[in-house]
Design a binder for this molecule. Structure first.
Ligand code: FEO
Length: 406
């Protein structure tokens, strides 16, 4: 890959990480990119750096355009490791450059590097910087998705460099949304946006709405959104903004996902009559077995469904460990606007389904109970109960879903 022109004198100089699958514990089946951008103006300005392992590649891309020693400004929009850990290598090539960063970003950055040798200017929302023919506007976006985060708007080119916001973990030979012209690949790109939002931004829905409203109030004319991961939005940046607003408003599909694990297939056997009940009520249904699926994929399927049923066998009077791990992960994402129930099997005393309900209630999800349980092996009677449980749950999901319709 070479540097890519975004607009005259504005280049993508990032890297594509085709191989990464484990991103701080979040499974990313499609790899990712670390995007950074170089603007060739009177004062050459670099926006963000990349993960340390790839510093040689971004430097190579910069050298295709200019000598890195000529970079005068470096804007750091976000200090997470995947965006700043090659900053010291870049600074070693251009030690007199000035770094522009938020105050919280500066405080975080000093945990990574000795800042005493670098020129640092802290910026806040509304601050501007002239780099020649262009003017930059800084917009703080705290908690989207770290306290330090900000976005930078290049006024004359109408480009919003949005750090993690509007990004996707998606390695591709394409750099722009307009290169996704077939239905299947467009769907893949949308799926990557949802996956990123569900696994990283889910807790920040109301902040996202507020911040998008603030940006809209600033009256910025946004022609291009250039995030720090994945595809650049130049065909229709409004599309990803609308997707974010919809997700923040709890818009999702009328669908149930069953997320379960099993010891001796009894809980697994329960999924089938429950699924038939759900389908007979006219609601789509997906089934995810946790030991066969990364948590992050299960999280995305949770996010894509209005209703969730958690299935678990009882082990030592508690829910199965993989189910506990998944619910722990989900609770941290502070989910909203979903209705949940539980089912499971047990041998001696039971206890897992009760524990799942306690966990779901602590998350303040809408709750459907009682759950359904089977002793040892689901009998024909149990299967009938499962079917009715699925049907009744799907009915409630439809009712609950209606309040989120636009
Ligand atoms: Fe892509 Fe929050 O780092």
């Amino acid at each position: 890959m070479k540097a890519v022109v975004i607009k005259p004198d504005i280049y993508w100089v990032g890297v594509i990480d085709w191989a990464v699958r484990d991103f701080h514990g979040y499974t990313i089946p499609n790899g990712t990119t670390y995007n950074n951008y170089l603007v060739m103006d009177e004062k050459i300005t670099l926006f963000d750096t990349v993960k340390y392992d790839f510093s040689g590649i971004t430097i190579k891309h910069i050298r295709e355009i200019t000598d890195p020693a000529k970079i005068e400004n470096i804007v750091i929009n976000h200090i997470e490791n995947d965006h700043v850990t090659s900053l010291d290598r870049i600074m070693s090539l251009t030690p007199d450059a000035t770094i522009y960063i938020t105050e919280k970003g500066r405080k975080g950055l000093e945990r990574f590097f000795d800042l005493s040798k670098w020129k640092i200017k802290t910026v806040k929302t509304g601050d501007t910087l002239n780099i020649g023919k262009r003017n930059l506007l800084f917009i703080e976006t705290p908690m989207i998705h770290w306290p330090d985060s900000m976005m930078t708007y290049i006024k004359e080119d109408r480009i919003l460099i949005s750090q993690d916001g509007f990004g996707q973990h998606y390695a591709s030979a394409s750099r722009f949304d307009d290169e996704f012209i077939e239905c299947a690949s467009v769907h893949e790109l949308e799926d990557a946006v949802i996956d990123y939002y569900a696994n990283i931004l889910m807790p920040f829905g109301s902040l996202i709405k507020t911040k998008i409203a603030e940006i809209q109030k600033l009256g910025l004319d946004i022609e291009i959104i250039a995030p720090d991961h994945g595809i650049i939005w130049r065909k229709d940046p409004g599309k990803v903004i609308k997707m974010y607003l919809d997700m923040a408003d709890g818009i999702t599909d009328l669908r149930v996902v069953m997320i379960y694990d099993t010891m001796w297939q009894s809980t697994e056997m329960m999924t089938q009559p429950i699924m038939r009940g759900i389908k007979d009520e006219g609601v789509d249904c997906r089934i995810i077995k946790l030991r066969a699926t990364p948590n992050s994929v299960a999280i995305k399927e949770f996010w894509n469904s209005r209703g969730v049923l958690i299935g678990t066998p009882t082990l030592n009077n508690k829910m199965f460990p993989t189910v506990a791990e998944f619910l722990h992960h989900l609770a941290g994402l502070r989910p909203k606007s979903r209705i949940a129930g539980a089912f499971g099997s047990y041998g001696w005393g039971g206890g897992a389904v009760k524990e799942v309900y306690e966990t779901l209630k602590a998350m303040k999800l809408e709750i459907f109970e009682p759950g359904v349980e089977a002793l040892y092996r689901p009998s024909p009677d149990d299967e009938e109960k499962c079917y009715e449980f699925g049907k009744a749950f799907a009915g409630k999901v439809k009712e609950y879903h209606n309040q989120f319709k636009r």
